[in-house]
Unconditional design. Structure first.
Length: 273
């Protein structure tokens, strides 16, 4: 895959903006947020939903987004683009690395509450509720793009419900580099103890929850015995350990080490006796 554009899409409050900004922080590259233009237009017009913004503004933003991605894909640096309907705006294309973010309803509701209630006037969140926003977005999608799905096949799908933006960003960047062969210069973040969710460095044991070395996340997840949390393992760590095959349910021992993105990963694996 020849691309230097990471395109992120998903429903409202699936953490798209936060994850995109975290990728930007880690790489030093820029983010484009097309949806924020519609949010600004809605707020300027006293509207509570982007659905009520005139179609001409949506079309103009869409046209600008398509032109920008076409221009960015020819550059030699990484760019990140995120928007809820980006799959419909761009449609299937092989010059972007598609990432779909999903989240449980309770996690989306919690993010909505924090943005609308706790952040007060500082929030750019528009709409009356998550459910109403979903309904408005569905109606807008049908109005602008028809009932057909975008037809996009994401290279990576992440459930952000119990993951921090830094964890999601690290997973995206690992998959992007493995899939595209692009080597990024990444800023080492200070260890984010809250993002690690109770995981601590050192020897440990756990059970393989999933392992897909040939497709994203190009590795798998271990349910750590000590913390009870999921720990990422890249396929290179499995190969370095000389392990020919890993399957869900296997017990393994390993060292927990920092991953350079503010989280942890498994290293020095061994299949437990």
């Amino acid at each position: 895959m020849a691309t230097n554009v990471i395109a992120i899409y998903g429903k409202t409050c699936s953490a798209k903006s936060d994850v995109a900004r975290e990728i930007s922080r880690m790489t030093g590259n820029k983010v484009k947020h097309p949806g924020e233009m519609i949010t600004t237009r809605a707020r300027m017009s006293g509207l509570t939903t982007g659905k009520d913004v005139a179609d001409k503004w949506h079309r103009a933003v869409d046209e600008d987004t398509v032109k920008a991605v076409e221009a960015l894909s020819g550059l030699g640096e990484l760019w990140i683009v995120e928007s809820g309907m980006l799959d419909a705006v761009l449609g299937p294309r092989d010059d972007v690395f598609w990432v779909e973010l999903r989240s449980r309803e309770d996690a989306r509701e919690a993010r909505w509450h924090k943005r609308k209630e706790e952040m007060g006037g500082r929030s750019r969140q528009i709409g009356e509720s998550v459910a109403q926003r979903d309904a408005d977005d569905a109606a807008l999608r049908e109005r602008l793009y028809g009932t057909a799905a975008g037809g996009v096949e994401p290279a990576l799908t992440i459930d952000t419900s119990d993951k921090s933006p830094s964890e999601c960003a690290a997973e995206i960047l690992a998959a992007f580099q493995s899939e595209t062969g692009v080597v990024l210069s990444l800023a080492r973040a200070e260890m984010d103890k809250s993002a690690s969710r109770g995981i601590r460095p050192g020897p440990s044991r756990g059970v393989i929850r999933s392992y897909t070395p040939q497709r994203p996340p190009f590795g798998g997840y271990i349910t750590d015995e000590t913390s009870g949390k999921d720990l990422y393992v890249h396929k290179s760590a499995v190969a370095d350990a000389g392990i020919a095959r890993l399957e869900a349910g296997q017990t393994v021992s390993y060292d927990i080490v920092e991953d350079g993105f503010g989280g942890f990963k498994a290293s020095k694996l061994a299949v437990a006796e």
